[in-house]
Design a protein around this ligand. Structure first.
Ligand SMILES: C[S@@+](CC[C@H](N)C(=O)[O-])C[C@H]1O[C@@H](n2cnc3c(N)ncnc32)[C@H](O)[C@@H]1O
Length: 355
């Protein structure tokens, strides 16, 4: 059986969005910001669909939802308010934020408490993608910053490269994707790298409307590209990591490295908020921890607790145990090199404005 994809803006309608037998069609990621003039509910729904089946080169999914964990946000905000008086400056980092929609909700809640004293950073591993194509061609590929091919668009098909359709259900798609990857996508990338003049590249900001609006208009909101496995160079009072520290994504060894980086990036007395859930409004299995006396002490639990609770509670800032001290000395200073995007970054335009 064949499955076609959504490859042009005119197809972003309910009629087009479902395939045969309501099979979910893949949607070209460069249509992500073509939805600014849609009603907010439709825009959220379609962008949610775009991200649900789309995966990074490291195999993690970018799925996220409006109002994904409202109750847990309330619990988290109450803990933050108890730990930090409303009249002081507070620095918050939301890691693995996908398109930033859950970050914006958390930012709004904390803004209500701290106002301009809140300094908020949201980050993700791959928030900025690129479209590479030959001039005037409708065929194109979507690549990440490291030039890994993530999606191939060759109308009427849209192929996700990392988690494609199931081979048994869609054997023709599987065959065509294999062929198109070898004969079109890889040669196109070689031509791009060789600097061929008719191959062009443009950026796609995979950030939701509110997130782009916040970046463009709020001095205390930034979005950066950050890999949780790279050492931190900024310190925060609150770090949140939702739906990213998951055992289906990473090994326990890797998760320990990520938790160690978070620990090193937290100020003494700072809070680490983490958890995982399914779709919007489902129960969060997570916890809230306080950095105190060289460890992370559990303050609150939710549902069954965090998948990495034992790793979090095993952290000790003692050389010879987790090696945090040595790690800190060796690695200090690296987020200086992390790319940052904010209201002052060239290329930003106010969300909704025509480019
Ligand atoms: C399932 S989404 C969760 C998004 C949002 N936090 C939420 O809960 O709705 C997981 C996110 O983690 C990001 N991610 C994956 N690997 C990462 C890494 N090594 N460093 C930082 N973020 C990562 C992915 O890009 C993706 O956007």
């Amino acid at each position: 059986m064949f499955k076609f994809g959504i490859h042009k803006r005119e197809q972003l309608t309910p009629d087009h969005l479902e395939g045969f037998f309501r099979a979910r069609k893949f949607i070209a990621l460069d249509l992500y910001n073509a939805l600014d003039d849609y009603p907010p509910g439709d825009r959220d729904r379609i962008q949610g669909r775009m991200l649900r089946r789309f995966s990074n080169q490291n195999g993690t999914f970018k799925n996220t939802y409006v109002r994904r964990f409202e109750d847990f946000d309330i619990l988290a905000a109450n803990s933050v308010r108890s730990a930090f008086p409303a009249n002081r400056e507070i620095r918050v980092h939301d890691i693995g934020a996908s398109d930033g929609r859950t970050s914006c909700a958390f930012y709004d809640t904390l803004s209500g408490i701290y106002g301009p004293r809140l300094k908020f950073v949201a980050s993700d591993y791959a928030p900025f993608l690129y479209v590479v194509r030959r001039k005037n061609s409708t065929r194109r590929v979507i690549v990440d910053e490291r030039e890994n091919i993530l999606q191939i668009i060759t109308p009427p098909f849209v192929f996700n490269v990392i988690h494609p359709e199931k081979k048994l259900l869609y054997p023709f798609n599987h065959f065509i994707r294999y062929f198109v990857n070898r004969r079109y996508a890889r040669p196109l990338m070689l031509a791009y790298k060789a600097g061929e003049r008719d191959v062009e590249r443009s950026r796609v900001d995979l950030l939701c409307y509110e997130c782009r609006a916040n970046c463009a208009s709020k001095d205390n909101f930034r979005f950066i590209s950050y890999d949780i496995f790279s050492p931190p160079t900024e310190r925060f009072d609150v770090i949140r990591a939702m739906n990213v520290l998951n055992l289906i994504y990473f090994s326990r060894e890797d998760l320990m490295k990520a938790v160690t980086n978070i620990f090193l990036s937290l100020e003494e007395g700072g809070l680490f908020i983490t958890g995982s859930n399914l779709e919007a409004g489902t129960r969060v299995n997570g916890g809230i921890y306080k950095k105190s006396g060289g460890r992370l002490e559990k303050l609150e639990g939710s549902g069954n607790g965090s998948q990495v609770d034992d790793l979090i509670q095993a952290i000790r800032d003692t050389p010879g145990e987790t090696g945090c001290d040595a790690y800190e000395e060796q690695e200090a200073g690296a987020l200086k090199h992390t790319k940052e995007y904010s209201a002052s970054t060239p290329g930003w335009r106010k969300a909704g404005a025509k480019s």
